[in-house]
Design a protein around this ligand. Structure first.
Ligand code: GRG
Length: 318
């Protein structure tokens, strides 16, 4: 393995992604100063970068399976996946800005800072989110045409995968169900049972987490069965991530989380602890992580960071 520990892999990946985001994000004078500043305020506020980590780890895993000792091939696969990793982080940050708006979740703390609309006002915060989303697709689409048609095909497949995950069948759809369940949309509030809760999270947070791993595998040239395995791994990881998020909302504190704690209960939101209790929720998250391990093993991707990332996810405190 190129890095001694998961911590080193996470650190080097975060640095790499943040440098690339800084270089790729358009700046003034091409972009008006205020919208540039507001986009960068939320983007460089210190997120975990889980999604880009997954993208690069999936690409690395596929390359490693192809040739365990060829470090240059592993690095080339991670390089090929870097635009997708950055685009997904741009979209994730847009979703956080919009989610925090008064018309949505109405929160004032995110990534340890006052939320974008608190600092810049609702209008500029909406535009910062819109700008980040458009910048993500611009970044994906402006990759120079590759002489190998197979690589250009992968780039197009990534654009379709990210758009599907971010759009109405994925994150936007999940957020709409969330608003309906919270009684903040037209019509009577939706009541979500365990299955419906899983479906809502599968769209709202799961779809982008799945796209993160799938796009890494796609850019590394994986076959369809391996892309599907990366997708299944990330679906389980995404569900565990959400269950743990719900648990942390009950047990965590704002200083560690970097966002308001106890908000789900205050807003009477349907959550895993509310439906199943804390102990059962912890067990459900652990079951998801165990299914991550089986999936990675069966796909022949055990010599990778995918399983350590899943274990880290289960233990996360923020
Ligand atoms: C506004 C269309 C639209 C969608 C918003 C992702 C989302 C949908 C809302 C986020 C609300 C939320 C707090 C969900 C819990 C899980 C989650 C996505 C937490 C934030 O992701 P992290 O923990 O954040 O990866 P960092 O800051 O580390 O990137």
């Amino acid at each position: 393995m190129p890095h001694a520990t998961l911590a080193a892999f996470l650190e080097s990946t975060r640095t790499r992604v943040e440098q690339a985001l800084d270089a790729w994000l358009p700046r003034p004078p091409r972009v008006p100063a205020l919208v540039s500043e507001s986009m960068r305020y939320s983007l460089f506020a210190g997120g975990k970068r889980l999604r880009p980590v997954l993208t690069l780890a999936a690409a690395d895993a596929v390359a490693r399976r192809g040739s365990a000792a060829d470090e240059r091939a592993h690095a080339a696969a991670r390089d090929a996946a870097l635009p997708a990793a950055c685009a997904i982080e741009l979209i994730h940050t847009y979703s956080l800005i919009h989610d925090d708006l008064p018309a949505m979740d109405n929160d004032t703390l995110r990534r340890g800072r006052p939320t974008a609309h608190v600092v810049y006002g609702d209008g500029i915060a909406i535009l910062a989110g819109d700008g980040l989303q458009a910048a993500a697709f611009e970044l994906l689409a402006r990759q120079p045409p590759h002489p190998d048609a197979a690589v250009s095909g992968r780039q197009l497949r990534v654009i379709a995968t990210v758009a599907d995950a971010a759009g109405p069948a994925g994150m936007v759809g999940g957020q709409a169900i969330d608003l309906q369940a919270a009684g903040r949309a037209m019509g009577r509030p939706l009541t979500l049972d365990g299955e419906a809760l899983r479906g809502m999270h599968g769209r709202k947070t799961g779809a982008m987490i799945r796209a993160s791993a799938s796009c890494g595998a796609i850019m590394a040239g994986a076959d369809d069965a391996t892309v599907a395995a990366a997708d299944r791994y990330a679906a389980e990881l995404g569900l565990a991530f959400q269950i743990i998020d719900d648990i942390l909302d009950v047990e965590g504190d704002a200083a560690t989380l970097g966002k308001t704690a106890g908000k789900d209960a205050a807003d009477a939101k349907p959550t895993y602890p509310a439906l199943f209790g804390l102990d059962r929720s912890r067990a459900l998250a652990a079951e998801c992580i165990e299914r991550c391990r089986t999936t990675v093993h069966e796909a022949g991707l055990s010599d990778s960071w995918l399983w350590p990332i899943a274990q880290w996810m289960l233990d996360r405190k923020s």
